[in-house]
Ligand binder design. Structure first.
Ligand code: ZN
Length: 142
């Protein structure tokens, strides 16, 4: 790991030697490392450093990612100094950030369901998966 810690609210972008895509195992275009703070389902403040990769095969469903992927397709010499790249990358990281918060929250709520804390009934995993799918759909439509 040769990546430096990102600043207060800044994403660190890496274009070389990016890891494989966690979804399809293919090569990725970009790695973003960013600080993330969110409220847990129990209302506690949680923060940490998150990483996200941009995969041309998996991420084109996200509007912000699609624009960034299009830039890579247009210009093979994409570099962090490019103004267009900076703007699109920032938008992409922001969209990933939002999505991560939602997923983290959903996952925690799922845990609460399993413990029977949320509705007292327990909740089948299938229902949780459906809400994740609904969320993915909602994100797509934005
Ligand atoms: Zn992928």
């Amino acid at each position: 790991m040769s990546i430096e810690e990102p600043g207060e609210d800044e994403a660190l972008l890496k274009l070389e030697d990016t890891p494989s895509c966690p979804h399809c195992g293919g090569p990725t275009l970009l790695l973003a490392r960013y600080p993330q703070a969110w409220k847990s389902a129990r209302g506690e403040d949680v923060s940490g450093i998150k990483e996200a990769v941009l995969c041309a095969a998996c991420d084109h469903v996200d509007a912000a990612a699609a624009e960034l992927i299009a830039l890579f397709n247009l210009d093979e010499q994409v570099s962090p100094e490019m103004e267009t790249f900076g703007g699109l990358a920032a938008a992409w990281v922001e969209s990933v950030r939002q999505r991560t918060v939602d997923e983290t929250l959903l996952q925690e709520q799922h845990e609460l369901w399993r413990c029977g804390e949320l509705d007292g009934q327990g909740c089948p995993p299938r229902l949780w998966q459906e809400s994740v799918d609904a969320l993915a759909l909602a994100n797509e439509q934005e």
